[in-house]
Design a protein around this ligand. Structure first.
Ligand code: EPZ
Length: 421
């Protein structure tokens, strides 16, 4: 397995380009199953999860043409298999996003249950309940969801919890259902809005995406469409934290700073000077050490859970005591245990981490456990004294395009060491 070797203590500077959002590209790729005709997608990030989703669609018979810039043409006219098998789904939970489109377009689907993951049980009961309310016959046995529906019908779906992919699955299913579907207590994430914009370009009739109530009027069919995926707000936030931790000044291009208000509020609180453009954000820490800050994760527009690990890493070297509370997932502090091995003063109490900032972390061999945890360990390596080895970086390759190249471009001392085992 590859590892990343990071030599800490180097400030960052310069500018890099942000990639398209993984968590928008994944549902948008699944949505191509709904179209009569070809879809053309651009600004798709080159990530393992995207490759996995394309393998999944390809095995169903979706025709995919991909160029070197990851522009993708997808056409579902030859789909012959309506299944998503466990060996692919277990590597990427977002495979569940094919369930709604398959059911709506083809009337049948057999999708492996995603199973749990390091950060929590992550059930999909709300996806299933919503589809049943829309008239699907669903059996769950042997680790698989088997779903059938002649034609789904509209329904009012009051979601028990805010679920991003649950909202996305049900919104996609509703585009071809008979009548009107209301999704109440819907997820408001920008990636949900991006999917709705793509579906509307395909001829769907969706209103209210980005608010807590989404209204979808079913239509007989959707056509192919062209679409450029929105920039990745979590990648943007991750590099902004890297600059804040190292006392640096950087500029991130090809992004949309208005997608990350909650993150920018907190970065200003720790002392960062931030300037914004329409498609760029610049941060200058002027060589100063970040101040402690309190974080409480919650669904958008509140502070995103996908940035908690990065702020945990920053808090380990901030001035003062930070309190970080994780309310979305039940087990999303594994990175804290690895950061403690680097000398961090972190006390875990249930879903809260109390962190007393220290002057300097000590380099140590650490292990990534999930996507954002691995990013936090890379960030810690940028400031730790000595050489930090980060193992199991297949996690990081799922969500960060060319992270070592982008950090090297900013002046970090980081390289990938291939393990030819
Ligand atoms: C999406 O996951 C993202 N993934 C996650 O990003 C992100 O952390 C998460 O939303 C929260 O923002 C993609 O978009 C591909 P949820 P998702 O359903 O949709 C519970 C990353 O780092 N729940 O919003 O799976 C669930 O257990 C990844 O890129 C149910 O109980 O998350 C969790 O506690 C990690 N039943 C809470 O809701 C359900 O049917 C929120 O989960 C669905 C969810």
């Amino acid at each position: 397995m590859d590892k990343l070797l990071i030599t800490g203590g180097y400030p960052l500077n310069g500018e890099i380009r942000i990639s398209g959002a993984k968590n928008a590209a994944l549902p948008i790729l699944a949505a191509t199953l709904l179209a009569e005709g070809s879809c053309h997608l651009s600004n798709v990030p080159h990530l393992q999860d995207i490759t996995t989703m394309m393998s999944l669609l390809g095995r169903m018979g979706v025709e995919l043409i991909v160029d070197e810039k990851m522009n993708i043409e997808a056409n579902s006219r030859s789909v012959h298999t309506l299944e998503a098998h466990y060996e692919l789904v277990k590597t990427m939970r977002a495979s569940i996003l094919v369930l709604g489109p398959l059911l709506a377009k083809f009337g049948r689907a057999q999708v492996s249950l995603p199973g749990g993951c390091a950060i929590g049980a992550r059930p999909v009961n709300l996806h299933i309940q919503g589809l049943i309310a829309m008239g699907a016959d669903i059996q769950v046995e042997g680790g698989y969801i088997t779903a059938k529906a002649k034609r789904l019908h509209g329904a009012t779906l009051l979601m028990d919890l805010v679920t991003v992919t649950g909202t996305e699955n049900l919104m996609m299913a509703a585009t071809l259902a008979e009548g009107i579907t209301l999704i109440e207590n819907a997820a408001r994430e920008p990636e949900v809005v991006d999917l709705a914009n793509f579906l509307n370009k395909m001829g769907a009739r969706i209103q209210g995406a980005g608010t807590e109530t989404i209204c979808i009027e079913g239509v007989p069919q959707l056509t192919g469409a062209e679409y450029s995926v929105l920039p990745d707000r979590i990648e943007t936030g991750t590099y902004l934290v890297a600059a804040t931790m190292t006392g640096s000044s950087i500029k991130l291009k090809g992004t949309d700073p208005h997608l990350l208000d909650a993150i920018l509020v907190k970065l200003r609180e720790v002392g960062a000077k931030i300037t914004l453009g329409t498609d760029w954000v610049a941060l200058d820490m002027q060589g100063r050490r970040p101040k402690a800050v309190n974080i409480h994760t919650a669904p958008y527009p509140a502070f995103p859970t996908d940035m908690q690990a990065q702020f945990t890493a920053m808090s380990t070297i901030s001035e003062g005591v930070s309190i970080l509370t994780e309310t979305v997932f039940e087990n999303r502090f594994m990175h804290a245990l690895e950061l403690q091995r680097m000398g961090a003063d972190i006390r875990l109490e249930g879903n809260t981490a109390i962190i007393k900032g220290i002057a300097e972390l000590q380099a140590a061999p650490v292990m990534a456990t999930d996507l954002r945890a691995s990013a936090s360990l890379v960030l810690a390596g940028l400031v730790a004294k000595g050489e930090t080895w980060v193992d199991r970086i297949y996690h990081i390759d799922r969500g960060y395009e060319r992270i070592e190249e982008k950090l090297t471009q900013l002046g970090a001392k980081i390289r990938r060491v291939r393990n030819h085992v």
